[in-house]
Design a protein around this ligand. Structure first.
Ligand SMILES: O=C1CCCN[C@@H]1CCCn1cnc2ccccc2c1=O
Length: 505
């Protein structure tokens, strides 16, 4: 494994691929758009899973597992729900050498799989609220350029689906989950996100409204959707007849339940890598890193006496045991066929938050030299205190990663009122907060009119190239004050709110 040869700012996609493969998070697979998640990334998914699973169980959600296959009849039950997505659906048409009577779809999401059973199982209002979640994978046969973690034909995610007696309860559920998502980003992945509501055009067409956590990729200046929590209203319950008798009396009309559905996928690992990693390789936030620290013996040469060498290895092994016993995820690298310098670069490539160097001098001082992956700063830590000092260092690193990303995000979010500034700001890697009329066609015009460089050259908007037209990312919950008479940035009609407009990753 050699170092990273691509530069993050000059060759972003080459850099991204290299650090994922050389950092041993992922490998390429012979089916296009599919990737292998190696322990370095799968362990991060496990950290996210265990944190989120505990939280949703506290919220009364139960995990279940439904089949990955959906019959054509069931999948296409509701025309308008599926029409926009149909091109992405993968179908099984043959088994062995015999054609199937009916093609069977592989789930792209599980509403149509689950809701016929919600209708069957939910009979009385006493069965409510009804909350299930699946940890599974889904398949969407996208034709846009695949990107590891961000756009893959199969991905791991969780999909939660709840049913409630009242609209208020559904509303509360949507926001509760969105707040948990925000905590995954801020507290686990050290990623700042903006919470908001999707526009009518960008929302999940089958739902009532969609709320979202949106992130920012500084290198490209693009926004990226990181997680969604939908209020489905009663659209699906009317479609699938998920109803209960009226608690006020059987003479009253039956009530269709109010539903929510919410999902977060392994895409978040890609966002974390893109935001925090650098030209030396991966930088993994300590709370999710597969290994939070790695112990590397140093200062041993051919001239080092046997007993000094043994003393160094013994100290390392004791240190390893001490750290493991205090719940720290620790690796060690005692290979005798690589120099310390070589090991340093390999473990920096893998993004381990803190390297601990232990050599004859350190032992003499009863300390180890801690080297931070995020800033490179070195601190000697007394071995006697290391089980306490190291977690404090992890917290400092998490805070630094988060604050750096937050500053970057905040510094690249600008408010624009005049269209003439709009495209220029997009081309400055900024995402734009602009007053907007709320009219769908206007959103279309913005997309077309913003696919330009500063000197007016048109970017062709085709499905292959990343979309150069700006679209609305979300209407942020945290709105600037909308002054009386403010006009839409594009069409000049009265603005109804500020929306975030950006090109998307
Ligand atoms: O986001 C979520 C969160 C988790 C549960 N599902 C919702 C909505 C999924 C929307 N969607 C997204 N891609 C699709 C692709 C093919 C068929 C159907 C769909 C589809 O319904």
């Amino acid at each position: 494994l050699i170092g990273v040869t691509a530069d993050k700012d000059k060759d972003f996609s080459g850099w991204y691929q290299q650090i994922l493969v050389k950092g041993e998070m992922l490998d390429y697979y012979d089916v296009s758009g599919c990737y292998i998640l190696r322990p370095g990334s799968y362990s991060i998914w496990e950290q996210i899973q265990s944190w989120f699973d505990k939280k949703i169980k506290e919220n009364g959600v139960h995990n279940a597992y439904f089949p990955m296959f959906v019959s054509s009849k069931v999948l296409t039950k509701e025309k308008d729900h599926i029409e926009g997505f149909a091109p992405e659906v993968a179908w099984v048409t043959r088994a062995g050498s015999s054609e199937l009577e009916e093609p069977i779809a592989i789930r792209p999401t599980s509403e149509t799989v689950m809701y016929p059973y919600y209708s069957k199982w939910i009979r009385s209002h006493r069965d409510l609220p009804f909350k299930l979640n699946q940890w599974n994978s889904v398949v969407r046969w996208e034709f846009k350029h695949p990107q590891p973690f961000l756009r893959t034909r199969e991905f791991l995610w969780q999909e939660g689906h709840t049913a409630h007696l009242t609209a208020e309860e559904a509303e509360t559920q949507v926001i509760h989950i969105l707040d948990l998502y925000e905590k995954i980003f801020v507290d686990l992945l050290a990623l700042p996100v903006i919470k908001g509501k999707k526009t009518e055009k960008e929302k999940f067409a089958g739902g009532y409204y969609t709320t979202t956590c949106e992130g920012y990729i500084p290198t490209t200046g693009r926004g990226i959707q990181c997680a969604t929590s939908h209020n489905l209203g009663q659209n699906f319950s009317k479609m699938f007849n998920i109803s209960v008798e009226n608690p006020e009396g059987s003479d009253k009309p039956k009530l269709f339940v109010h539903q929510t559905s919410w999902g977060l996928s392994t895409r978040v690992i890609g966002v974390m890598v893109m935001v925090h990693s650098d030209n030396k390789g991966l930088v993994v936030p300590p709370r999710v890193a597969q290994f939070q620290t790695v112990i590397i013996p140093v200062g041993l040469t051919v001239k080092t006496s046997k007993d000094i060498k043994n003393k160094v290895y013994d100290t390392c092994k004791k240190l390893e045991a001490t750290l493991k016993n205090s719940g720290i995820r620790v690796a060690s690298d005692y290979k005798d066929n690589y120099s310390p310098g070589w090991k340093f670069s390999q473990w920096e490539l893998k993004g381990v938050p803190v390297r601990l160097e232990v050599g004859p001098k350190d032992i003499a001082n009863g300390s180890a030299l801690a080297v931070r992956r995020d800033t490179g700063t070195k601190t000697a830590i007394k071995l006697a205190e290391i089980a306490v000092k190291l977690p404090e260092l992890f917290e400092e690193i998490h805070k630094n990663l988060y604050e750096t990303a937050k500053r970057n995000f905040d510094d690249h979010r600008v408010i624009v009122h005049d269209w003439k500034d709009f495209v220029h700001q997009l081309n400055q890697k900024n995402i734009v907060l602009a007053p907007w009329c709320g009219v769908g066609e206007c959103e279309e015009d913005i997309k077309k009119a913003s696919a330009k460089s500063d000197n007016g050259e048109e970017f062709e908007i085709d499905d292959k190239a990343p979309s150069m037209g700006a679209k609305s990312l979300c209407i942020p919950f945290d709105q600037p004050e909308l002054k009386e008479g403010t006009k839409c940035v594009k069409c000049g009609k009265p603005a109804v709110n500020y929306t975030i407009l950006t090109r998307t990753q």
